[in-house]
Structures are given as structure tokens and as C-alpha cells.
Ligand binder design. Structure first.
Ligand code: KG4
Ligand code: ZN
Length: 342
């Protein structure tokens, strides 16, 4: 079975083709840059850009895979959570193509895509079930017990800002363009460790997170500092260390509470190298293993949607009507279990 996956939940247009036997045949991404001028994603502009980019990306993916539309057995699309105007573009294209090509369409939860990205890696780099997932992106921060395919139990989440949002807003205050997470991380490499120490909120107990207080603290702190290059780098370094400490301590607590010693990190922020360093150190100390995906699978992508689409189509699920449904809010804990061997 071959599935075309379409991802348009926010400002990345992703298209991929996944084959049951041979794996990923094509994976194309267009990341919108126009939002840098506005300091964040403008939904109307994001939707217009998806419309421009999506058909060329689908054509390119078929070409890359040396396939035609006749070789596609199903179309998976991100139906939520995300920006409704962006979701509707991918959903409309997916359902229209499915109708024209006479194949099933399937609505996929974006968070499930992120959670299962390590299963796109080589077999010996994949976790077994159950594992703990730390999903850290521009709009989500969740710790999830992944009992099996489709069986997700929320352990904790951010009660305010997502960690990626905190990175992007702090980066903006440091004069870096949106999305600033990676740029902040690069700036932090030139920082003097421990020159500044920022607070780590909500550390004492529980598995929930809070980042808005840290963000406000850093905003006030920046105002009182000189704007020289070294100070900016030192602030970036202190911010990244505070975030890494918070996430590492919560993950260690989740590992100890659940006695599940495999940790998977996914979502855009999971490509942060400082965070990976501290999580890996903690997992070695706990006698467990950290699983990370390659950067193109950390960020939003069509591959994860095509892969989950394949699993769910094999599970017997599909869209039964011609109506196009998207769910801007859609908890990953509401999904049906998948009863197949992947
Ligand atoms: O998963 P993703 O591509 O999109 C969402 O579903 O939100 O995540 C995007 C987020 C942005 O906030 C971006 O700044 C952040 O991931 N990000 C990083 C890094 N690379 C991307 N944050 C920190 N360090 C990085 N290396
Ligand atoms: Zn995402």
C-alpha cells in the first residue's frame, strides 16, 4: 500500500509518499518565510501560501517516487489540531484528489504524527511500546505515555505557552527573526555559561509545565541589560539552559513514575542540541534510552502524516463522506487504538 501524506496545519506545506514495503519514497517541504516580517504566523497569509505551494509539491513528490496517481492507494491529511484556514487547504486538496483518484482519504491528528516520527527511522533506532513521548513544538508541550499505536495517555502539559512559543518570543526580544528557536540556539553557543541564571517555574512537583513566567522574566531582564552581542548571547544561553533543565527534570520524573525507560522527543524544539545533550545524560543516568528523530522529521512534515495514514488505513479507517472536516482543537488522547502490527 502507498499513501500520499499532506501536512498543512500551520506554516509548513509538507507532502510525502510512504510505501508499506519500501518505506519513504518522497518527502518534500516548503517552509513559509513571509511571516518573519510580522513576528508570528498570519493565518490568512499562511493559507494563501499553502494554496500556491501544495500542487507543485504533490507533483514533485510523485516525480521523486517515480509514480503516477494510479500508484497511490490512499491520501492522508492533517485534520487538526492547527490553524483552521491552513488545515482546510490540505483537507480540501486531499479529499478532492481522493475523489478524483477513487481512493480513500483519511483525517490524521498532527500530534500523533509527531509522536510516531521515531518509527520512520531505521528499525534498530526505533523504540518499543510503551515509551514516553516529550512533544515540544511551536504550539504544544506535552508528556505522553504511549502505551501502543493509537493509545496515548497525557501525563502533563504546559498550562500556558508552548515551549517553542517561549523560544520564538524570547528570540524576538533578542532581535532574531521568526521563527527564532534555532537562531536563538545558535546565538547561545557563543554565550558564557552561568553568567545569568533564569528561574525554572513549576519544578517542585507534577508533570505540567509553565513557560509564560520565564518568558516575562526574560523580557524584563533584557530591558535592563546593554544590547551588546556578548550579553545577547549570554541571555540566549541562560534561557536555553533554563528550558533544558525544566524539560529534563520533568522527563526524569515521568520516567521514574511510570517505570518506562524509553524517551522519545519530537516536534520542532526536539532538534535543539543543548536539550538533547541534557536529556541523553539524564537517560544514561536512569539506565534508559533517548530516541531522537533527524531534523527534517522533528519539524512539521508530510512523512509523519503519510506514515500514520498508512497505519490507520490498514486499521480499516477512512473518511466515509465527501464532506471535508477539520478539527482545530483535537486531543491526541481521543484517538482510536490501531490494531495492526506495524
Ligand atoms: O513542530 P514544529 O515545526 O511546528 C509546530 O507544530 O509548531 O515546531 C516549530 C517550533 C518553532 O517554535 C521553532 O522556533 C522551534 O520549533 N525550533 C527550535 C529549534 N528548531 C525549531 N527551538 C529551539 N531550538 C531549535 N533548534
Ligand atoms: Zn507540529
Amino acid at each position: 500500500m502507498r499513501v500520499l501524506g499532506i501536512e498543512t496545519s500551520c506554516d509548513d506545506t509538507g507532502v510525502a509518499i510512504y510505501d508499506d514495503n519500501t518505506g519513504l519514497l518522497a518527502n518534500n517541504l516548503y517552509s513559509q518565510i513571509l511571516h518573519a516580517d510580522y513576528g508570528g504566523v498570519v493565518p490568512e497569509l499562511a493559507a494563501r501560501d499553502h494554496i500556491k505551494e501544495i500542487i507543485p509539491l504533490i507533483k514533485k513528490s510523485l516525480q521523486d517516487a517515480k509514480l503516477t496517481s494510479k500508484d497511490i492507494d490512499g491520501i492522508a491529511y492533517t485534520a487538526g489540531p492547527g490553524l483552521v484556514s491552513s488545515l482546510l487547504i490540505g483537507a480540501n486538496i486531499a479529499c478532492s484528489l481522493a475523489f478524483a483518484w477513487n481512493v480513500p482519504a483519511i483525517a490524521i491528528n498532527h500530534l500523533e504524527g509527531h509522536i510516531l516520527t521515531p518509527l520512520l527511522e531505521e528499525k534498530d533506532n526505533q523504540p518499543n511500546f510503551p515509551f514516553i513521548s516529550l512533544l515540544i513544538s511551536g504550539s504544544h508541550t506535552q508528556l505522553i505515555n504511549v502505551a501502543n499505536l493509537g493509545q496515548y495517555y497525557l501525563l502533563g502539559e504546559s498550562i500556558d505557552d508552548a515551549v517553542g512559543e517561549a523560544f520564538d518570543k524570547t528570540a524576538n526580544l533578542l532581535g532574531l527573526d521568526y521563527p527564532g528557536g534555532l537562531k536563538l540556539s545558535i546565538l547561545a553557543q557563543r554565550g558564557i555559561k552561568d553568567r545569568f541564571i533564569f528561574p525554572r517555574p513549576m519544578l517542585k512537583n507534577g508533570l505540567d509545565f509553565s513557560f509564560s513566567g520565564l518568558k516575562t522574566y526574560v523580557a524584563n531582564f533584557i530591558r535592563k541589560q546593554t544590547n551588546d552581542e556578548q550579553t545577547r548571547a549570554d541571555i540566549a544561553c541562560a534561557f536555553e539552559k533554563a528550558i533544558s533543565d525544566i524539560l529534563t527534570i520533568k522527563c526524569e520524573r515521568a520516567i521514574k513514575q511510570t517505570k518506562i525507560n524509553q524517551l522519545v522527543i519530537s516536534g520542532g524544539v526536539s532538534s535543539n542540541t543543548t536539550l538533547r545533550f541534557y536529556l541523553k545524560k539524564m537517560m544514561i543516568k536512569c539506565g534508559g534510552t533517548l530516541f531522537c528523530s533527524r531534523p527534517e522529521f522533528c519539524t512539521d512534515n508530510g512523512a509523519m502524516i503519510a506514515y500514520v495514514g498508512l497505519l490507520r488505513l490498514k486499521n480499516g479507517e477512512k473518511n466515509y463522506s465527501l464532506s471535508v472536516n477539520v478539527q482545530p482543537r483535537w486531543a491526541v488522547t481521543d484517538l482510536l487504538p490501531i490494531n495492526i502490527n506495524n
